[in-house]
Design a protein around this ligand. Structure first.
Ligand SMILES: [Zn+2]
Ligand SMILES: [Zn+2]
Length: 193
């Protein structure tokens, strides 16, 4: 595994700027992987990790940098829960650790470097210095990962009876003898104009 400062450089490039969220995300992913005993996320452990993220914020980009998990590789799973938390799953051992930022970490970060002008600078510095235990709480968990959730799953495409569009990864809904995509089954986030 790279050092914190190396990962922060990578994160800055990937994310476009360095911010408190990057520091928190890098620390969170480094902590998670370390607990799992995964040391070479860019080398031999490359295909071993699946990460669930529970927020779409700055930290998420940093978690992607450290774990190498990407949405397009199906190794990053997004749950839109608005929580600064992530679960790191080791596909080799089946072990999984959920890590969440403590509510107290923000307030503590604000007190460590009052000499720095902005909140972001205070947090950026403090998040690099605080102990894992001050930043995070974590628990070992079990994550059900059916075959179609695995990054390398070979999926057949099924066609929606209603709209005719193809559906992969068993995302179809079967109802009254019909095969429907999620949109046609009523989960649409858009409506036609
Ligand atoms: Zn940011
Ligand atoms: Zn459809």
């Amino acid at each position: 595994m790279k050092s914190l400062s190396e990962y922060l450089q990578d994160a800055e490039i990937a994310h476009g700027h360095l911010c408190a969220g990057q520091v928190l995300g890098v620390r969170m992913a480094m902590f998670g992987l370390k607990q799992l005993g995964i040391h070479e996320p860019e080398g031999k452990d490359r295909k071993r990790i699946v990460t669930f993220v529970e927020i779409d914020r700055c930290a998420t980009d940093a978690i992607m940098v450290v774990t190498g998990c990407r949405l397009g590789k199906r190794a990053l799973k997004f749950r839109d829960w608005g929580k600064m938390a992530a679960t790191f799953v080791d596909l080799e051992t089946g072990k999984a650790l959920r890590v969440a930022a403590t509510e107290s970490s923000k307030a503590l970060a604000g007190t460590l470097h009052p000499e720095l002008r902005s909140k972001n600078e205070q947090q950026m510095r403090a998040y690099q210095e605080m102990e894992d235990g001050q930043l995070f709480h974590s628990q070992w968990v079990q994550v059900e990962l059916p075959p179609e959730e695995f990054p390398g799953y070979k999926s057949e495409r099924i066609v929606c009876t209603e709209c005719g569009e193809g559906i992969s990864y068993r995302r179809e809904v079967r109802r009254a003898g019909q095969i429907l995509c999620r949109a046609c089954a009523g989960e649409r986030y858009w409506k036609p104009l």
